[in-house]
Design a protein around this ligand. Structure first.
Ligand code: GLV
Ligand code: MN
Ligand code: MN
Length: 441
């Protein structure tokens, strides 16, 4: 195993420049600004293009060689002493419509800050260092989430991804062409030696216990479904209750059931002393014709279910499907299902988790090992290389909201953990996909 004696942190006094990091975060947040200080850069929109152009310009200024692949993932590479696969970091710069300034952006811009720190201190690495941003991590415009990294690792054929139709009717391939990011680099991409992503926690745990760094152990499973309910629109005043085929009523009942299923499962988990927690969200609900005096003839809704335990997640999916079928029967409506995303829980390699945790401790930070509630590009990269993540606290656990905030000192702490984790990984041979015994040179 790696010898973690402090003297073995190469360049132990090296630190990133927090002011430079914050300037880049602010400059990127100013693209697609929204009330409250956040940004709206839905994937492959004009705002996303402007954000991409800015980050690519920064990459070029830093001397990185920049490639764009056929799904629009962008990778900037700083050469090492030897050629070969890079040690990679990165995240995403697309946002949800109500995005904060840190979700995704932090990981990409901290990656650039690491490169600038190496550059200004004349530090050569053994292996190339890559900073990537992946297309459509949010999946908010084009489901599924993590689309670009999924294609990068070969988890979805390129052609299938290019044909995906978004919530506004736009098509991924056409939008990539339109914004000039349908690049020539092939998909799947090169497997890195290792991948480490810095991200805000987006939940309340670190702040609540006053811990600075999360060493992420894995990502919970994600299930996104769209349900389309078709009933009969009719007059709100004249249609007796027993004659209604009310799509709005069915949608509302399903939404309540999502909450009930999650609560029931969690009561059981608590009673049995288990740590798994179910979450369930109806984030989109559209009624038609959406008028005060018309019984809704149709409804479209999304359900987002997540759990760290695959069998529990599958169980909740099955319970909900049964309930939906019963509701269809009872109300005389038809209900169609479309799966938007389905990813099983991912466990990161223990030795990567320990590398992150030990580096953080060596830098003097408090550390908690914890799973991620949110989806991340790292969960896709974990399919092809040893992968880890670094979390920093989110104020009040708020994210996907312009009020998203992390204190500057925590952002800087996270970026320094990223810097030294990358240096440790660079200095150690990675065999069988994990850090192994090895001498630093
Ligand atoms: C992506 O941010 C997700 O977890 O929904
Ligand atoms: Mn994110
Ligand atoms: Mn997000």
């Amino acid at each position: 195993m790696i010898d973690y004696a402090p003297s073995n942190l190469l360049h132990a006094d090296l630190r990133i420049d927090g002011d430079r990091l914050m300037r880049r975060i602010e400059d990127l947040a100013a693209i697609g600004p929204i009330d409250g200080g956040g940004s709206c850069r839905l994937a492959l929109t004009d705002e996303d293009r402007a954000g991409r152009d800015l980050v690519v310009a920064w990459m070029s200024d830093l001397g990185l060689s920049v490639t764009v692949d056929a799904i629009g993932n962008v990778v900037g590479i700083r050469p090492g002493r030897t050629d070969g696969p890079p040690t990679m970091t990165g995240s995403h710069i697309d946002t949800v419509r109500t995005g904060g300034r840190y979700d995704g952006n932090l990981g990409v811009l901290a990656g650039l800050e690491v490169v600038e720190t190496l550059e200004r201190n004349g530090i050569e690495t053994n292996h190339p260092v890559a900073v990537a941003f992946f297309t459509d991590e949010e999946g908010a415009r084009f489901p599924p989430d993590m689309l670009g990294s999924l294609v990068y690792v070969g988890g979805m054929p390129l052609e299938e991804a290019l044909d995906i139709v978004g919530i506004d009717g736009a098509v991924v391939g056409e939008e990539l062409e339109r914004i000039g990011y349908h690049g020539p680099a092939p998909c799947p991409g090169v497997a890195p030696r290792a991948f480490v992503e810095l991200h805000i926690e987006q939940g309340p745990v670190l702040e609540a216990e006053g811990t600075t760094i999360g060493a992420v152990t894995g990502v919970q499973g994600i299930s996104w479904t769209e349900w389309t309910i078709t009933g009969q629109s009719n007059h709100a005043g004249t249609t007796p209750m027993e004659l209604r085929r009310d799509a709005g009523h069915v949608a509302a009942t399903i939404a309540v059931q999502v909450r009930d299923l999650a609560n029931r499962l969690n009561r059981q988990s608590v009673a049995e002393g288990r740590l798994d927690r179910q979450v369930g969200t109806v984030g989109q609900l559209n009624l038609h014709p959406d008028l005060v005096n018309v019984v809704a003839g149709s409804a479209t809704m999304t359900v987002d279910l997540r759990n760290t335990d695959e069998s529990l997640l599958s169980g909740v999916e099955a319970d909900l499907a049964r309930f939906v079928a019963e509701m269809a029967e009872a109300e005389g409506v038809t209900i169609d299902k479309r799966t938007l995303a389905r990813f099983e829980p991912v466990a990161f390699d223990d030795r990567m988790v320990e590398t992150v945790a030990t580096v953080a401790e060596r830098l003097g930070h408090s550390v908690r090992r914890m799973p991620s509630g949110a989806g991340h590009d790292a969960q896709m990269l974990a399919r092809i290389c040893p992968t880890g993540m670094v979390f920093v606290p989110s104020r009040h656990g708020i994210s996907h909201n312009p009020a998203e905030h992390t204190d500057t000192e925590d952002l800087v702490a996270g970026a320094n953990v990223l810097l030294h984790t990358l240096l440790v990984l660079d200095a150690h041979p990675l065999e069988s996909g994990v850090p192994s015994d090895g001498e630093e040179d």
